[in-house]
Ligand binder design. Structure first.
Ligand SMILES: *[C@@H]1O[C@H](CO)[C@@H](O)[C@H](O)[C@H]1NC(C)=O
Length: 321
């Protein structure tokens, strides 16, 4: 979570200068599975909102005033409670999270499929995609193409997309069907894409390019010390222990590809269920392991909104003038 959030931020700042058609290569690539360690953390809240609402909807909710956001959450709660017994239980919440995630991916693929496939062909060819997304590079000064911003350069992004495209292209015709294009855009969802997802993750975090992830690189990816912080926060210390105890299985001091794979794509991890459990834990004030609408609405910031509060405050401040 922390990782994908940070990478998203990196990409957003980098990509503001690139045509909006360029995919954010690392977005949501890493499956989070240890969000409970960062409870209360702002990154975590944003992650929860995206899991609960889907990424598009989470953005929409960020723009809403708190009252409207609560009202819409109430409507959603009625939908989640499929057996209409007045409670949201674990299986209902898990089904909802799976549904929003699927909807987000389908919408995203549909949008990009249409924009790159104006003639409604069965496939999109690499040349067509490359021209649409990276065609601007043909006009650029070769030196500018190599320039790095936060470790990304246009050239590196093109290389990465090209490689990911080839892995997605299972029949090897250099053109992607919609299913292959889905793997390309959302590799984290596809078993075929596991190795390339691991490779991309290692490349992102491995700042000294030795092909492995040291503990400093691992920590540096989720946390940067600031001057006014004398001591590392507890969760960072905890992450150091996690690295030594769980991540670095062979104890050689750094993570190889297999260890990274176990970390970001754990085999026996049900991520929708873990998130559902986490949300119930956060809002279950009477500890009966299911949620009433009142319990959910009284913790609405956990489910849908924290920035909405800032939005409200901004309005108030504006009114003072
Ligand atoms: C669609 O397919 C036709 C025939 O293969 C091709 O000429 C055309 O360029 C394709 N259109 C796009 C947008 O890729």
């Amino acid at each position: 979570m922390t990782l994908s959030f940070q990478l998203t931020l990196l990409c957003v700042s980098f990509l503001t200068i690139v045509a909006s058609a360029v995919p954010k290569p690392d977005e949501k690539r890493v499956l989070d599975h240890d969000f409970t360690q960062h409870m209360g953390d702002e990154h975590n809240k944003q992650y929860d909102h995206e899991q609960f609402l889907g990424e598009d909807q989470a953005k929409t909710f960020d723009q809403l005033a708190p009252e409207e956001s609560r009202r819409r959450l109430g409507v959603i709660v009625d939908k989640i409670d499929t057996n209409k017994d007045g409670f949201v239980d674990l299986s209902e919440l898990k089904a909802w999270i799976q549904f929003t995630q699927r909807r987000y991916i389908e919408d995203d693929v549909q949008r990009q499929w249409k924009s790159h496939n104006s003639e409604n062909n069965d496939t999109i060819h690499w040349d067509v995609y490359r021209t649409a997304v990276y065609g601007f590079m043909d006009e650029m000064d070769p030196l500018d193409l190599e320039k790095e911003d936060n470790g990304f350069s246009y050239k590196a992004m093109l290389t990465r997309d090209r490689r990911r495209w080839s892995v997605s292209d299972r029949d090897g015709d250099d053109a992607l069907t919609k299913a292959e294009f889905t793997d390309f855009l959302h590799p984290e969802e596809s078993p075929y894409m596991r190795d390339v997802v691991v490779t991309e993750t290692v490349e992102d975090i491995d700042k000294d390019n030795d092909g492995k992830i040291s503990v400093e690189e691992y920590i540096g990816d989720m946390y940067r010390a600031t001057d006014d912080e004398a001591d590392e926060p507890d969760w960072v210390k905890h992450e150091r222990e996690t690295f030594a105890t769980f991540r670095d299985k062979d104890g050689d001091g750094s993570l190889n590809n297999d260890e990274v794979k176990d970390w970001i794509i754990p085999q026996d991890f049900d991520h929708a269920e873990a998130e559902a459990k986490h949300l119930i834990y956060e809002a279950d004030s009477d500890s009966d392991e299911k949620l009433t609408k009142e319990e959910i609405l009284s913790k609405y910031d956990v489910f849908v909104g924290s920035q909405a509060t800032d939005f409200g405050e901004a309005l108030v401040r504006h009114d003072e003038f």
